[in-house]
Design a protein around this ligand. Sequence first.
Ligand SMILES: [Zn+2]
Length: 457
Amino acid sequence: MVQRIVIENCAVATVDAADTEYASGHVVIAGNRIESVGAGKAPEGLADVVRRIDASGHLVTPGLVNTHHHYYQWITRGLATDHNLFDWLVALYPTWARIDEPMVRAAAQGSLAMMARGGVTTAMDHHYVFPKDSGDLSGAIIGAAREMGVRFTLARGSMDRSEKDGGLPPDFAVESLEGALAATEATVDEHHDPSFDAMTQVAVAPCSPFSVSTELLREGAELARRKGVRLHTHGSETVEEEQFCKELFGMGPTDYFESTGWLGEDVWMAHCVHMNDSDIAAFARTKTGVAHCPSSNARLAAGIARVPDMLAAGVPVGLGVDGTASNESGELHTELRNALLINRLGAHREAALNARQALRLGTYGGAQVLGRARETGSLEPGKLADLVLWNLDTLAHASIADPVTALVFGAAAPVTASFVNGEQIVENGRLLHVDEDEIARSTRAAARRLAAIAARA
Ligand SMILES: [Zn+2]
């Protein structure tokens, strides 16, 4: 028996290819799939309806999809607040190199809790700091995501270019080339699920051109393609990175990535702020995806990514919060709003992005860059039941003319319910499967323990 949940009397933004919306509509969930979406009440006479939700005053959208994050940074928030990227990294690497498994577990729980209670249904973590003998960090992160009930991609990161090889991280913070590749392959073998309704996937994710050897990029790309998994890294984030690439490799970041096998429809890259027309054309030609992180780019004074130009060229673009050491809020709604507002400060002014486009970046666009657009990212029959009921019947939103405008331009809307794979994970803003207060306590303790260890070192 497939159990059905009926949601009705709500505004619906499907984010399908035609941007179909219903001022008053319904969504029917059957098992872990969306069975129907449409105008008016749900079809009559449905069998096995276990729950009927009157969602008056709500907007229902696909769940938000986060495409770039570093969970461990949850316990190093509020440090180096007035630095650019390279100075910020150099200030924080020595602390980050002291993380252990209990700290990473607590930080992952904190990051995931913030994501999930704000309407994220598909999350990801780019984890690239693996100190020697620090335990099973990948297992701890994946376990936290399972416990929370969110769909999840672990981008198994790595660094092997330290100061002695002209890189930015200190020598003690990196892995060997062979060690990083072997551990990444083992993580794929243990955790990657290729199925349509997979809750856990793994991507191969060397950290960045200035912390990774050319061999690790090349061999990482070969590994990912041999295993049929995706590739993720940071690219073209700052002017300093561009200079670094030109000095060390004799070319800019995009050309360097292309020379190492890192452009393709199975690749997505965080930031992509400093891209010229030919870089954008290369991403469009190869369907390489972008994780746009406007808050982090602003905090680190990196610049404004050319999102309207990328979209016009056909580049897949999703949104990312980035690690919370460069975006203390850690919630994705801010990125919808900031993507829209910050891009309007760029060349295209008021035509840069609209509210519907911002919602698409945060849902379908994210699913595209994570390689999950067939399964999630829009409300369509047959897709996975990953969706959010936003309460717009509030002081903050009730007088805003249009529900999608209220969601994107307005204050963060309360999440009345969030479903992942047909299972409810949030009710009235509270997580159903974990204790938020306990997580807050354990993350504070982990942050203090890490600060004390780093101060002694
Ligand atoms: Zn990042």
